[in-house]
Design a binder for this molecule. Structure first.
Ligand SMILES: Cc1cc2nc3c(=O)[nH]c(=O)nc-3n(C[C@H](O)[C@H](O)[C@H](O)COP(=O)(O)O)c2cc1C
Length: 304
């Protein structure tokens, strides 16, 4: 007999049929008068994380919202991540009340606004209280989503897009290219130096709108870490064999091969190819431990 019970899946299953942890993000966009407008969003997640020409987030929203209507006309937005604070979350809930015009909402704004750091024309302001902000642009070229036009506030008629633009009568998805990630000094420094439990910002985790009365959230007050299992080392001869065949012009020292033996086997070829690519780009012909350190250190440029 199963230890689980089956639960009927209904609309908005992430908050009606489950416990699903989500971020709390204030999305700033530009309204029809050129001013910054803010809406609260939690269905906003990383979409392209590697291997593409750009990085992207996915935002899922009601297509009649101010945010969706603004994005359809002006693709620039900012994703403001607010820290955990009762007053801030209360304000996020106010900014999440459907139907208010941007003017009504923004006239009583608790937060402060300032310019972001992306400098490519008119962009919405960012929320000063945020610990980090992603300044983004909607990629309307994907799935020809530029065909979707603003102005239908009572529900869009088909045809719908699959994953970008107007995706159902009341729904919209926006793939947002990340143009800049900007961060408060303290948290920026912690990423460069290597995070410790104390250096995480306090972040509210949203569990959504439940029982038709309240938004539920938790405050992440303590951060824990868990070490990954000790790697199963590959035979050094296997690494040497693969390294010698990766590129005739690039040599890997024995020490480098020894260290690469710790890379999980399925990633070995990709790791060697990455080293070769880096070596060619930097006019290096021998990969030793020092070169591996540089290659592994994704934040190397910032540290310099
Ligand atoms: C914490 C929080 C998270 C929310 N997340 C979403 C979401 O991910 N998608 C959505 O369509 N609405 C979400 N809402 C509801 C929107 O905020 C609401 O539709 C609001 O009217 C949007 O503001 P806007 O019209 O200015 O864009 C959320 C509300 C709150 C308070």
């Amino acid at each position: 007999m199963s230890s689980f019970k089956d639960l009927r899946i209904v609309d908005n299953f992430y908050q009606t049929s489950s416990y699903f942890p989500m971020p709390t993000i204030l999305v700033s966009t530009i309204d029809d008068e050129g001013n910054t407008s803010i809406g609260s969003y939690s269905l906003c997640f990383p979409y392209y994380v590697a291997g593409k020409d750009y990085y992207a987030m996915l935002l899922e929203c009601r297509n009649s919202s101010n945010t969706a209507q603004h994005l359809l006309q002006r693709p620039k937005c900012a994703l403001n991540f607010i820290p955990n604070n009762k007053k801030f979350f209360k304000e996020a809930v106010r900014l999440g009340f459907p139907g208010d015009t941007p003017k009504e909402k923004m006239s009583k704004l608790l937060f402060h606004l300032e310019e972001g750091l992306a400098q490519d024309g008119h962009r919405p302001m960012v929320v000063s209280e945020s610990f980090q902000v992603f300044e983004c642009t909607w990629v309307s070229a994907l799935e020809d989503a530029f065909e979707c036009k603003a102005g239908e506030l009572e529900g869009y008629r088909p045809p719908y897009k699959e994953f970008n633009g107007i995706t159902s009568k009341f729904g919209a998805h926006f793939i947002l290219r990340i143009d800049k990630i900007i961060m408060k000094e303290k948290y920026h420094q912690a990423i460069i130096d290597g995070v410790k439990s104390k250096s995480f910002p306090k972040i509210p985790v949203d569990y959504g709108y439940r029982d038709n009365t309240h938004f539920w959230y938790s405050d992440s007050t303590k951060y824990h870490s868990e070490q990954v299992p000790a790697p199963k080392e590959i035979d050094i001869k296997t690494v040497r064999y693969a390294a010698d065949r990766s590129d005739p012009d690039i040599h890997f020292t024995d020490e480098a091969c020894k260290r690469l033996a710790k890379v999980p086997r399925i990633f070995l070829k990709a790791a060697l190819d990455g080293c070769v690519k880096w070596a060619k780009k930097n006019n290096v012909t021998t990969i030793d431990l020092a070169q591996l350190d540089i290659i592994n250190d994704k934040r190397n440029k910032e540290k310099k």
